[in-house]
Design a protein around this ligand. Structure first.
Ligand code: ATP
Length: 448
């Protein structure tokens, strides 16, 4: 049986706050419903996750192009996509505790009065019948709020891709199979958000729509299941804490003829990290019908015409960040002292190297700054001369910095430094002139 890491959600939340990765938004006003801000290291980590996704989609392939579409689209988009009618969750109210719950998640939720029980389990619980609640956030365009001015914040980035299908086909001169990838914010008025950044009201998605000839859909679906699963493994997630779970027929979204989730063994149990769906020709057909545009592929050489089928891997940035944090979190002991360490993959680590003068005298800080300034042109580096060396190592371990370079009295004599490895704790002496190359080779052996 795979085990979750030693991380608990409380430990992750507290580390994120302590080190300024992620913390509640609007805190000076008491916070706002499951909304979080990313601080310095959080932004660096999140950017690295997104960069690795783009790398896998764009840099390492030549069949996918990038897009950045608008958050507010024409309201008819959501009519055509089925979101207006069907993007709902079943909601129940409890007349006793006055709390609201997602009817299909009762088994994971706590009763408002007796948290050891699930809603509906206690004799005092008095739940209403479930009613459908649309998750889209509504707003208006222009100064007057009338029926024609209602628009929606997108609940997924995918629809912007379908609206631009024709543009991309023409301007990027593509032919199926090809994909359009996009990263951006989405918004869902979730009934029961929670578990830190696992489920929030606004969140970033990394979505790619892969357009294929209909007969090839099943093969490409299998291809993307494999690719996306292995992406997490390549970035350091323990293989046995990941699994693929195919949706049961009654779980499938209105558009899907097959969906599997990549699930991760979070501290809250196995939960969805990413969904990979075989959307068929649902979206292009719907938008063609509602817009009157022909959304199909026409091969001018063979005369062939068809509406491509779509395979969609859809991942959440925040959920991935949470999974990477949970998986990297570890506690060990050095010389009888407890240490918290994030064993993040070097590509994801917010800072790649810390440069630390052993003492704040004898020319050590000056040489350390010189080394730091040379390194920071090549990789994200941090200079720190505040406090005992052990404390400074601990600080870097907690934010997942793979290497610490220490400048000591010997460095001034022979221009060598020590390089400390976050995971093995081994220290190696390296010449300053060879330092950048040495670190780069260890951070990314493939690139050198
Ligand atoms: P769930 O079943 O958890 O509500 P979903 O199946 O509705 O998720 P999708 O519509 O498939 O999610 O969205 C793709 C990905 O976007 C999810 O796998 C998840 O990583 C992310 N995601 C969706 N909703 C949220 C949310 N409210 N907060 C954070 N991430 C989210």
């Amino acid at each position: 049986m795979p085990q979750p890491t030693v991380a608990t959600m409380d430990k992750i939340v507290s580390l994120c706050k302590r080190r300024g990765f992620i913390f509640p938004a609007s805190e000076i006003y008491g916070g706002i419903a499951n909304t979080y801000d990313y601080g310095h290291y959080g932004v660096l980590l999140k950017n690295n996750v997104v960069a690795e996704w783009w790398k896998a989609m764009i840099q390492e392939r030549d069949d996918i192009v990038a897009l950045d579409s608008a958050i507010i689209q024409h309201p008819r988009t959501w009519e055509a996509s089925g979101h207006l009618a069907g993007f709902t969750d079943p909601l129940v109210d409890c007349r006793t505790c006055k709390m609201r719950f997602r009817a299909d998640h009762l088994g994971e939720l706590q009763c408002g009065k007796r948290p050891s029980k699930h809603p509906g389990e206690d004799a005092a619980c008095d739940l209403t019948e479930a009613r459908e609640f649309n998750l889209m956030f509504e707003t208006t365009i222009g100064p007057v709020k009338d029926a024609g001015s209602t628009v929606f914040l997108r609940p997924e980035t995918a629809q912007g891709i379908f609206l631009d299908f024709k543009q991309v086909l023409q301007f990027a001169r593509r032919k199926p199979p090809f994909g359009i990838a996009q990263v951006g914010k989405s918004f869902r008025n979730e009934i029961t958000p929670g578990n830190f950044i696992f489920r929030t009201l606004e969140f970033e998605q990394m979505e790619m729509e892969y357009f294929v000839p209909p007969a090839e859909a099943l093969n490409w679906y299998e291809h993307w299941l494999h690719e996306r699963f292995e992406w997490y493994v390549r970035l350091g997630i323990e293989r046995n804490r990941l699994r693929l779970r195919a949706h049961d027929p009654d779980e499938l979204s209105h558009y899907s003829s097959g969906t599997s989730d990549v699930e991760y063994l979070f501290p809250i149990g196995w939960s969805e990290l990413e969904g990979i769906a075989n959307r068929g020709d649902f979206d292009l057909t719907q938008h063609a019908k509602h817009s009157g545009e022909r959304l199909e592929y026409h091969d001018t050489q063979t005369g062939e015409r068809y509406v491509p089928h779509v395979i969609e891997p859809a991942a959440g940035v925040g959920r991935s960040v949470l999974a990477f944090l949970c998986d990297a979190y570890d506690e060990d002991e050095i010389g009888g002292e407890k240490r918290t360490v994030l064993r993040l993959h070097p590509a994801l680590a917010p800072v790649k190297v810390a440069v630390l003068p052993l003492l704040r005298k004898d020319g050590q800080p000056e040489l350390a700054r010189h080394v730091y300034e040379a390194l920071r042109r090549r990789m994200k580096a941090e200079y720190d001369d505040g406090g005992a060396i052990g404390r400074r190592y601990r600080r870097q371990d907690e934010i997942g910095t793979p290497f610490a370079v220490t400048i000591d009295h010997q460095s001034l004599e022979d221009r060598t430094v020590t390089v400390r490895d976050r995971d093995t704790l081994q220290q190696e002496r390296v010449a300053i002139d060879a330092l950048a190359g040495h670190l780069q080779a260890r951070l990314d052996p493939v690139a050198v």
